[in-house]
Ligand binder design. Structure first.
Ligand SMILES: NC(=O)c1ccc[n+]([C@@H]2O[C@H](COP(=O)([O-])OP(=O)(O)OC[C@H]3O[C@@H](n4cnc5c(N)ncnc54)[C@H](O)[C@@H]3O)[C@@H](O)[C@H]2O)c1
Length: 211
């Protein structure tokens, strides 16, 4: 087992934030940053940052800090962002449309190449080059195109059915937006997104302000 596989999920969940700030620093042409400066940006303590990065072999030098380009590149590799992924969306409603139409995912290496929905013929879908297809085509499409990631934006009641099609078709990662606990085999990577968790956290802090 490599050192990387033993890293806690809490640390893994902080990496995208480091990566995002490093991308911004690179865009501004900043080449070097100390853990203290990174701490001011990210809100994590400098020692936390050093500990997090030490999980992967360090990268920093005492008295110098971090080379932004190098750290950005290494974190990108650790997060698997140096690869290209093909994704499909199932459920072309409000959320499915928003996700399929957002160009930022493609820029980051996640190419949404198909959108599938029930009653697809009734749906207006205005994404250039991306027509909505019927669910009956999903399995073959995934196999024919070696799709890596299945996105679920159907209603809650149908999410497990969609997940089962993804699993049967050989998909390895599921990005699930439906508010349901999906049952998936161990070798499938499942990532749930809950915007309401973030909203409830906002509410907690608003309450602290006397709301
Ligand atoms: N994770 C979050 O933070 C978050 C935020 C908003 C909404 N949601 C959830 O995302 C999902 C979609 O929300 P929405 O507002 O886009 O809903 P919506 O009703 O606009 O869209 C759902 C779409 O899924 C399609 N669908 C339903 N069953 C299907 C099936 N078996 N196969 C294929 N397509 C099917 C419907 O025809 C519809 O087009 C819901 O489950 C909702 O609760 C999650």
């Amino acid at each position: 087992m490599t050192k990387e596989t033993q890293v806690s999920i809490t640390v893994i969940r902080r990496l995208p934030k480091y990566y995002r700030y490093l991308s911004e620093l690179l865009q501004k042409g900043i080449n070097r940053i100390s853990s203290q400066e990174l701490s001011k940006l990210t809100g994590f303590t400098a020692s936390q940052i050093r500990q997090d990065l030490n999980n992967f072999g360090g990268f920093g030098q005492q008295g110098y800090g971090y080379n932004v380009e190098e750290l950005h590149k290494e974190l990108g590799k650790i997060l698997g962002l140096n690869k290209e992924y093909k994704a499909v969306v199932a459920g072309a409603g409000n959320l499915g449309n928003a996700i399929a139409n957002y160009g930022g995912f493609k820029d980051a290496g996640f190419d949404i190449i198909g959108v599938f929905s029930r009653y697809y013929k009734d749906l207006p879908f205005d994404m250039e080059g991306l027509e909505v297809r019927d669910m009956s085509e999903l399995e073959d499409f995934i196999k024919d195109n070696n799709v890596d990631i299945g996105i679920i934006t159907t209603s809650k009641d149908n999410a497990q059915k969609v997940a089962d099609i993804y699993i049967k078709s050989g998909i390895k990662g599921i990005w699930n937006f439906a508010p349901v606990d999906l049952v998936v085999p161990e070798d499938i990577v499942l990532e749930n997104v809950r915007l309401s968790d973030s909203l409830y956290t906002l509410s907690y802090f608003l309450k602290g302000l006397g709301k």
